[in-house]
Design a protein around this ligand. Structure first.
Ligand code: BES
Ligand code: MN
Ligand code: ZN
Length: 487
């Protein structure tokens, strides 16, 4: 896909489709275009065939203009970033659906923040064009090859151009995360992820990948992580991806992503219904891949390290049993009351390991608890943090990128629920499962600014649209970008 910004004469640019966002009141260039079509658009509105309400689509052929067709895109009521993103996504889907190879977006009626709007246009165009490939019939390549974002001045066009570049990196990163998420667990194993991480770093000056294998994990005393992979024939890997875009004196942001390539629950076996969806239990790790992809494309001057504990959680004769006590890398002991609460068992050792990078901030991303879906549904990620500023920055990044989270508390009453009679802590306890899980993690992150994103609800969709979403790549990238802009 090619993206570019333009401020040339709107009526002379040759494209297959001109995407015209507009409400029921035609303004500025929407009016001009209507005039060139002898009032066709106002007539459609008058007749009620196009009402201008949010995300409404109406395609008309122009028979002889430099643009072959116009895709009217309703904008009325798109008063928040969230709603505006929905509108742009509808336009991007419509553009992918027609046979157009080249489209042009008339940016002005979306609003005044052209950098942001253009970034959403690019991102949505790429995510709307994503087709799962890898198993089964090869999908047909997309017809759409180029999208232009039009504004009426060179200055605005420069802003749009920067937005397009950023948004296309995010869209690409989301699609990379979705692809890893969608791959079945018999292909996407811990070794597959390790190989992908190596591949990503190939020929990239700023990125280096290393893999901590099980033998080294033993030396590091990662007894908790190893207790999860114990029952699987697939060996676990701790994948480390270092992106260095700034001076080495700049403390890194470390992203720790849960990658359970399949979660059967282990000896605390999950029920059969819908268990296939536990192939998505590596979406936290996949989102770290997505961010790394996006960083390589944007070449942002930041230091970000990705740490991905990748394991398969299986029942077996040598699997961990309920009641087993394991010793984590931190030295704290854990009574494994439920082998299905495995995410925190791999994350705690990965978080301790992440400490060796002297991080500025650690953010972990994990499909950690079913309970977060009960609390926030499929729309919002759970956010828990030991630092108010960090939490606020992440919430704001979520709002700006339309990839929102909501904060839950980490109070001591909850922490008390993971008390164990036989170890320093148990791996489950009490009610409010999302919070107790985060309390567990917080015992391993005392020395750092840390935030935890529970993406069990947001990382994938179920039902007819089953598939990974690529979240929370937009939020994380927005956080990284805005933090770099502040420094
Ligand atoms: N990967 C699951 C969380 C999950 C469950 C995500 C359902 C999406 C949908 C996690 O490893 C898990 O099994 N968590 C348990 C924890 C429980 C045993 C305390 C859960 O949420 O049921
Ligand atoms: Mn589990
Ligand atoms: Zn899990």
């Amino acid at each position: 896909m090619e993206f570019n910004a333009s401020s040339a004469n709107l009526l002379k640019i040759k494209v297959d489709s001109l995407i015209l966002p507009t409400g029921s009141q035609l303004k500025n260039n929407a009016k001009v275009i209507d005039e060139t079509l002898d009032g066709t658009i106002s007539s459609l509105i008058k007749a009620g065939d196009f009402t201008g309400k949010s995300s409404e689509i109406c395609v008309l052929h122009t028979l002889g203009q430099s643009h072959k067709r116009i895709i009217l895109l309703g904008t009325d009521g798109a008063s928040t970033p969230q709603k505006m993103i929905k509108v742009i996504e509808a336009g991007a889907r419509a553009a992918q659906k027609t046979t157009s190879a080249k489209v042009l977006w008339v940016g002005e009626s979306l609003g005044d923040d052209h950098e942001w709007q253009a970034s959403i246009v690019a991102r949505s165009t790429l995510t709307a064009g994503y087709k799962y490939a890898g198993t089964g019939k090869k999908p047909k390549p997309n017809k759409l090859k180029s999208a232009t974002y039009w504004t009426d001045s060179k200055k605005l066009s420069n802003a749009a151009s920067a937005g397009l570049q950023y948004g296309s990196a995010i869209g690409g990163g989301m699609n990379a995360a979705r692809q890893l998420g969608n791959l079945p667990a018999n292909i996407c194993t811990p070794n597959y992820l390790a190989a992908q991480a190596k591949l990503l770093a190939k020929g990239q000056a700023k990125l280096t990948t290393s893999i901590v294998k099980e033998a080294e994990m033993k030396t590091l005393k990662m007894g908790s992580l190893l207790s999860v992979s114990a029952g699987s024939v697939e060996p676990g890997n701790l994948i480390v991806m270092k992106y260095q875009g700034a001076k080495s004196t700049v403390k890194p942001t470390v992203l720790v992503g849960k990658a359970v390539t399949f979660d059967t629950g282990g000896i605390s076996l999950k029920p059969g219904r819908g268990m296939d969806e536990m192939k998505f239990d590596m979406c936290g790790g996949a989102s770290v891949f997505g961010v790394m992809n996006a960083l390589l494309e944007t070449q942002l001057p930041v230091n970000v390290i990705g740490v991905i504990p990748a394991v398969e959680n299986m029942p077996a004769g040598n699997a961990t049993k309920p009641g087993d006590v394991v010793t984590s890398m931190s030295g704290q002991t854990i009574e494994v009351l439920n082998t299905d609460a495995e995410g925190r068992l791999i994350l705690c050792d990965a978080l301790t390991y992440a400490g060796r990078f002297k991080p500025d901030t650690i953010i972990d991303i994990a499909t950690l608890t079913g309970a977060v879906i009960g609390a926030l549904g499929k729309f919002t990620s759970g956010l828990l943090s030991n630092d108010d500023n960090l939490a606020e920055d992440l919430l704001n990044s979520g709002t700006r990128s339309g990839d929102r989270a909501w904060r839950l508390p980490l109070w001591e009453e909850y922490d008390a629920q993971i008390k164990s009679n036989f170890a320093d802590m148990a791996n489950i306890g009490g009610e409010a499962g999302t919070i107790t899980a985060a309390c567990f993690l917080s015992r391993f992150t005392k020395d750092y600014k840390w935030a935890h994103l529970d993406i069990a609800g947001t990382a994938w969709l179920s039902g007819p649209q089953k598939g990974a979403t690529g979240r929370p790549v937009p939020m994380l990238m927005e956080y990284i970008r805005s933090k770099a802009a502040k420094d």
